[in-house]
Design a protein around this ligand. Structure first.
Ligand SMILES: *Cc1c(COP(=O)(O)O)cnc(C)c1O
Length: 225
């Protein structure tokens, strides 16, 4: 199957499961060369996700002639916040106040509009994994919501891999219920970033508004992931 065919297939599966609700597909292009991004663009794809700053900047440079929307979905260290704030439209994995403050400051200094951010929530409680606990999400949302250079859009999660669809759905339902409770508290959130190649169906059924799909579109990654 070609990339364009993969894209049409993922799009139609997502829209079937979303039953008319809009769901954005972020094409995760980490580990893929810029020519693949160009090919996806030609097939109509506009939003791309990258996890490694240097790799992303190189590809963005090579693709400067295209109008693309860039999502940073990787782990973010504080010494990389400036390039991410300057070269991305979205950051999905925010889980620390210090990183949030640095991203906000960099957007303000550069006179750019607020950066769209999602808080990463670790639902399975795995030690050492990125993300705040559901209990800590509200406190982080309060701080992030006050930062002038950021626009808090919603929540993101990266659950443990499992082929058990019931478990997949339980994790995604837990993120949605946290999202709804934050909205009841007054946070104006509109984004649930959940679902990847192997579990986007379960995520869309549970209310995902952004799925981050790599392998199902591009095939296996060449570079390190
Ligand atoms: C790599 C990655 C994806 C895409 O994974 P696939 O299984 O290739 O679809 C999605 N989200 C995050 C945070 C990732 O790091």
């Amino acid at each position: 199957m070609t990339l364009a065919q993969n894209l049409r297939q993922v799009e139609s599966r997502v829209s079937e499961l979303a039953r008319g609700r809009p769901v954005c597909i972020v094409a995760v292009s980490k580990g893929q060369p810029s020519e693949k991004i160009r090919e996806a663009f030609a097939a109509g794809q506009r939003a791309f996700g990258e996890s490694y700053v240097q790799e992303a900047l190189e590809k963005q440079e090579a693709l400067r002639d295209l109008s693309l929307e860039w999502h940073f979905i990787g782990p973010l260290q504080s010494n990389k916040t400036t390039p991410v704030a300057l070269h991305f439209d979205w950051v999905h994995g925010l889980d620390r106040v210090k990183i949030a403050e640095r991203l906000s400051d960099a957007r303000i200094v550069a006179k750019l509009p607020p950066l769209n951010v999602c808080l990463q929530v670790n639902l399975s409680g795995e030690i050492g994994k990125a993300g705040v606990t559901a209990e800590d999400a509200t406190a982080l949302a309060r701080v992030v919501g006050m930062l002038p250079g950021l626009k808090l859009r919603g929540l993101m999660t990266l659950p443990e891999q499992t082929a058990d669809v019931t478990l997949q759905r339980r994790r995604f339902a837990a993120l949605r219920s946290l999202f709804e409770s934050l909205r009841r508290e007054g946070f104006e959130l509109d984004t649930l970033s959940m679902g990847m190649s192997d579990d986007f169906a379960a995520a869309v059924m549970e209310g995902s508004t952004i799925v981050r799909v790599g392998t199902a579109l591009f095939g296996e990654r060449r570079r390190k992931t």
